[in-house]
Ligand binder design. Structure first.
Ligand code: 2PG
Ligand code: MG
Length: 432
C-alpha cells in the first residue's frame, strides 16, 4: 500500500500579497501533490476559521501557526492514513480538529492537506485530478461537462476602491457551443469593455480590482455598470441574452447596516431592494443573482424566490456548510449553491455540500476567493462534480486565468468530448 511519507507546509503569498499556505504531500512511490489555499475578503460569519498569527508581522495576517500545525500535528496524524481514500483522509483531519469551524488547527491548515493529498493520490494513480475526483472520490461515471464561466468583468464592493455597491458584475457566455468558445466570448467582451471605459472615463478606467475585472472607475452605479457591459457585448459583435447573459454577486452583507442596504446613494429596506432586483431583471438579461440579502436573511431570500424565475445563489448565507445548505433548501431560500472549498475546509465536506444541493435540484457554482493563488484545484473539482458553472473572476491576471487555462487543458485532454451547458447552466448537471 502506498503511504504518505511527508507533509510539508510553508508560508507563501496570495494574489493580494497576504500570507497563505502551500502544502506538499509526498507518497512512498515518490509522487507528490501540492495545494495552495485561497482567502476571501467578503467572508461569511459562519465560514470555517482561517488561523492567522496576529501581532505585527504581516499586519497580523501571518500563517506560521497554521504552517506549524501542518508540519507537526497533521504530518504525524496522517502518516498512517491511506492517501487513496479521500474520505478517511478527511475524517482523520476532522478528528484532529473537532472544534467548530476548525479553528484550533486552522481550516486553512486542514484544507491544504486535504487538497494536496487528493492531488498526490491522482498523481500516484497516473490520473488527471478531475478524473480521480470524479471516478474515485465522487464515484460518478466518466461523462464530463465543462462549466459556463461566470466572469466578473467589473469589480465593486469589498473588491475595488470605487463607489459601486454591487461586488461583482458578471457575464456568462451562454450562446457559445463549447467551453473554449465561451472563453473567447469573455475575452472579447472584456477587452471591448475596457476600451469603451477608457474612452469615456480616461486611463484610470484601465485598472482592475481584486478579481481581475475592471475597477469601475467613473461608473456612477449599478445601472451605469450594466449599461456599459451591455454596450460592450453588442460592440464585440454578440447579442445580449442569446449569446451573453448577466449575473451579479451583490454580497449584500457588506451593504447592510441598521436594517437597511446602502446602494447607489439610497438606503433600501429588504422589500425595496427586492423590487430593485426585479426591475433589473426586467430591464437587462440578468439571470443569476448571488447573495441578494445579508447572510442571515433566509426569509428575504425565500421571498425573492417566490417572485423570480432566475438563479438565486447562496454564498454567505450557506458558506458551503452541509448543515446550513439543508436549512436553505428547506426554507426555499435559493436555487443554487456557491461552493468554496475553504469556506468549509475539506474536500469531502465540499463534495457533500454539492451533493446535497444536487439532490434538491439546486444548481452549484464552484467558486474561487477574491484572494487566490495559481492553484487550479477548483477547475478540476468543477469538472469532477459536473456542476456546469464556475466563478473565477475576470479573464485577466494569472490568479484568475490559471483556472480558465486549466479548463482549456482539460478540454484538450478530453479531446473536446464533453458537454457545455450554455443557457441550461443551472440545471444541466442533472444529466451528469
Ligand atoms: C464572493 C467571493 C468570490 P470573497 O463573495 O463570492 O468572488 O468573494 O472571496 O471576497 O468572499
Ligand atoms: Mg459571494
Amino acid at each position: 500500500m502506498v503511504k504518505i511519507t511527508s507533509i510539508r507546509a510553508l508560508e507563501i503569498l496570495d494574489s493580494r500579497g497576504n500570507p497563505t499556505l502551500m502544502t506538499k504531500v509526498a507518497l512512498s512511490d515518490g509522487t507528490t501533490g501540492v495545494a495552495k489555499v485561497p482567502s476571501g475578503a467578503s467572508t461569511g460569519i459562519h465560514e470555517a476559521v482561517e488561523l492567522r498569527d496576529g501581532g505585527n508581522r504581516y499586519g497580523g495576517k501571518g500563517v506560521t501557526r497554521a504552517v506549524k500545525n501542518v508540519n507537526t500535528v497533521l504530518a504525524k496524524t496522517m502518516s498512517s492514513v491511506d492517501p487513496l481514500k479521500q474520505k478517511s483522509v478527511d475524517d482523520t483531519l476532522l478528528e484532529a480538529d473537532p472544534s467548530k469551524g476548525k479553528g484550533k488547527l486552522g481550516a486553512n491548515a486542514i484544507l491544504s492537506v486535504s487538497m494536496a493529498t487528493a492531488v498526490a493520490a491522482a498523481s500516484h494513480l497516473e490520473m488527471e485530478l478531475f478524473e480521480y475526483l470524479r471516478k474515485n472520490v465522487i464515484s460518478k461515471t466518466a461523462k464530463y461537462q465543462l462549466p459556463v464561466p461566470m466572469s466578473n468583468v467589473i469589480n465593486g464592493g469589498a473588491h475595488a476602491g470605487n463607489d459601486l455597491a454591487i461586488q461583482e458584475f458578471m457575464i456568462l457566455p451562454v450562446g457559445a457551443k463549447t467551453y473554449p468558445e465561451g472563453v473567447r466570448y469573455l475575452s472579447e467582451v472584456y477587452h471591448t469593455l475596457g476600451t469603451r471605459m477608457i474612452k469615456r472615463h480616461g486611463r484610470m478606467a484601465k485598472h482592475v480590482g481584486d478579481e481581475g475585472g475592471y475597477c469601475g472607475y467613473g461608473l456612477k452605479g449599478t445601472i451605469d455598470a450594466f449599461e456599459e457591459i451591455m454596450g460592450a457585448i453588442e460592440e464585440a459583435g454578440y447579442t445580449p441574452k442569446k449569446d451573453v447573459v448577466l449575473g451579479i454577486d451583490a454580497a449584500a452583507s457588506g451593504l447592510f447596516k441598521n436594517g437597511k442596504y446602502a446602494i447607489d446613494g439610497k438606503n433600501l429596506d429588504a422589500s425595496e431592494l427586492l423590487e430593485f432586483y426585479l426591475e433589473l431583471e426586467k430591464t437587462f438579461p440578468l439571470q443569476t443573482v448571488e447573495d441578494p440579502f445579508e447572510e442571515e436573511a433566509f426569509a428575504d431570500f425565500a421571498e425573492y424566490m417566490k417572485k423570480t424565475r432566475i438563479q438565486v445563489v447562496t454564498d454567505d448565507l450557506t458558506v458551503s456548510n452541509p448543515e446550513i445548505v439543508h436549512r436553505a433548501i428547506e426554507e426555499k431560500a435559493g436555487n443554487a449553491l456557491l461552493l468554496k472549498v475553504n469556506q468549509i475546509g475539506s474536500v469531502t465536506e465540499a463534495i457533500e455540500a454539492a451533493t446535497i444541493a444536487n439532490k434538491a435540484d439546486w444548481g452549484v457554482v464552484v467558486s474561487h476567493r477574491s484572494g487566490e493563488t495559481g492553484d487550479t484545484f477548483i477547475a478540476d473539482l468543477c469538472v469532477a462534480l459536473g456542476t456546469g458553472q464556475l466563478k473565477t473572476g475576470g479573464p485577466a491576471r494569472s490568479d484568475r486565468v490559471e483556472k480558465y487555462n486549466r479548463l482549456l487543458e482539460i478540454y484538450d485532454v478530453l479531446d473536446g468530448k464533453c458537454g457545455y451547458p450554455g443557457s441550461d447552466f443551472r440545471t444541466a448537471w442533472r444529466n451528469y
